[in-house]
Design a protein around this ligand. Structure first.
Ligand SMILES: [Zn+2]
Length: 115
């Protein structure tokens, strides 16, 4: 008998960085090196706060070895998102299980049917 698990994929809008989140002053482009990884960010002209767009945060997490970030890729006619192995194991998703997709607004519901 098949058992069923549910996944929910949600999209996050890219946030534009135009003002400092601390003091609302203007920002200027800057480059910061953290653990040898070059990151493009924005520095507040008034208070010096440095903010990074989400793409740079994810780049840092991927390059510094953090586990739960994956790049969305295209393979043939499909868009592919790799599940981090530890997370998949935690909920019991295995290679060969079947995924059924259903879109609704900005979300995709995925039902995983285990063989
Ligand atoms: Zn500021």
């Amino acid at each position: 008998m098949m058992s069923k698990l549910k996944l929910l994929l949600r999209t996050q809008e890219k946030k534009e960085l135009s003002t400092c989140p601390i003091c609302q002053s203007g920002l200027e482009e800057t480059t910061v090196v953290r653990k040898g990884i070059k990151l493009h960010g924005f520095k507040c002209k008034k208070c010096g706060e440095i903010v990074f767009p989400s793409s740079e945060v994810f780049k840092y997490e991927i390059l510094s070895g953090k586990k739960n970030v994956r790049e969305v890729r295209r393979v043939g006619n499909s868009i592919v998102i790799g599940l981090p192995k530890a997370l998949a194991e935690e909920v019991g998703i295995k290679s060969g299980d079947l995924a059924y997709f259903e879109g609704k607004g900005k979300e995709i519901r995925v039902d995983i049917f285990k063989k």
